[in-house]
Design a protein around this ligand. Structure first.
Ligand SMILES: [Ca+2]
Ligand SMILES: [Ca+2]
Ligand SMILES: [Ca+2]
Ligand SMILES: [Ca+2]
Length: 280
């Protein structure tokens, strides 16, 4: 093919009309950009040659090359070349880009060119293909949420119905792909004993349905399910503690529920009730 900028990597700038051997062995993939080329070797190294005006070869220079130069030592599983940029996928699923970025093709959220390989996705990438300034990233299949937390998960006793107990927060391995949406619901099963005492909003906020009493139930248990936007889910039980408020009408240091004479007038609650008087 055309070789005036050295993109064939055979050490010349002569166009070739029939195949010419450039590398003896060990090459597992090759990508052709506009007047430059990249190839991947079985040891995970990346080599590049040809036009380098936009630092697109990834060797840290903008010097054109007419024979292959190693631009990444190891750890690469996929390469692609666009009009004037290059991208690689590493064994950890990260995506790296270098070169021209006028159309945002590097995927780093900017339109600034990059002179050196820049990580643009941390994980989850399987393969990448560029055509001109368009890029297609092939991501790993969806993964289920890995954790769910409830913060704070406590409520003071005697609060009105609708008081917030806490907010659910999800950890999902696909978060790097951008905003994810989650659906929450109560779940039957282990730990679901007190689900009926609470309500769950679409945004993951949990509220008490009624006033709660520490003396009756200091520790409650609910079980919740979160479902991600690909229908993968995680269930988890949470302990909800109902915090004590000191209720001591007569201030004698004995809380009303345990005080035989709530109002401290010398007549016991039982006596007052028997005579039809208010013990409080
Ligand atoms: Ca997910
Ligand atoms: Ca109390
Ligand atoms: Ca008392
Ligand atoms: Ca009394």
């Amino acid at each position: 093919g055309s070789n005036n900028l050295g993109s064939l990597g055979d050490g010349t700038n002569l166009d070739r009309h029939s195949p010419v051997k450039v590398v003896d062995s060990g090459v597992v993939d090759v990508a052709a950009g506009l007047y430059f080329s990249l190839f991947l070797k079985e040891d995970g190294s990346v080599w590049a040659m040809g036009r380098n005006q936009y630092y697109n070869l990834g060797d840290g220079t903008n010097q054109g090359r007419n024979s292959p130069v190693k631009v990444v030592d190891s750890g690469v599983v996929a390469v692609t070349a666009g009009g004037a940029h290059s991208q690689i996928v590493k064994t950890d699923g990260s995506l790296w880009s270098v070169g021209a970025n006028a159309f945002g093709q590097l995927g780093d959220g900017t339109t600034s060119d990059r002179n050196v390989w820049t990580k643009v996705l941390d994980a989850g990438v399987r393969d990448v293909t560029a055509a001109g300034p368009s890029v297609f990233v092939f991501a790993d299949p969806n993964k289920a949420p890995t954790d769910l937390t409830l913060t704070p998960g406590t409520i003071l006793e005697n609060q009105p119905a609708g008081t917030i107990v806490g907010d659910l927060n999800v950890t999902d391995p696909d978060a790097f792909l951008g905003p994810q949406s989650f659906a929450y619901s109560f779940d039957a099963g282990n730990g679901s004993t007190h689900n009926h005492l609470f309500s769950l909003a679409a945004n993951g906020t949990i509220r008490a349905n009624s006033t709660l009493d520490h003396e009756a139930h200091a520790a409650l248990s609910i079980r919740v399910k979160v479902t991600d936007d690909h229908n993968a889910s995680l269930q988890k039980a949470f302990a909800i503690s109902v915090t004590n408020v000191v209720e001591d009408l007569d201030g004698d240091g004995i809380e009303d529920h345990a005080d035989p004479d709530d109002d401290g007038d010398g007549f016991s609650d039982a006596m007052e009730l028997a005579y039809g008087s208010d013990p409080r």
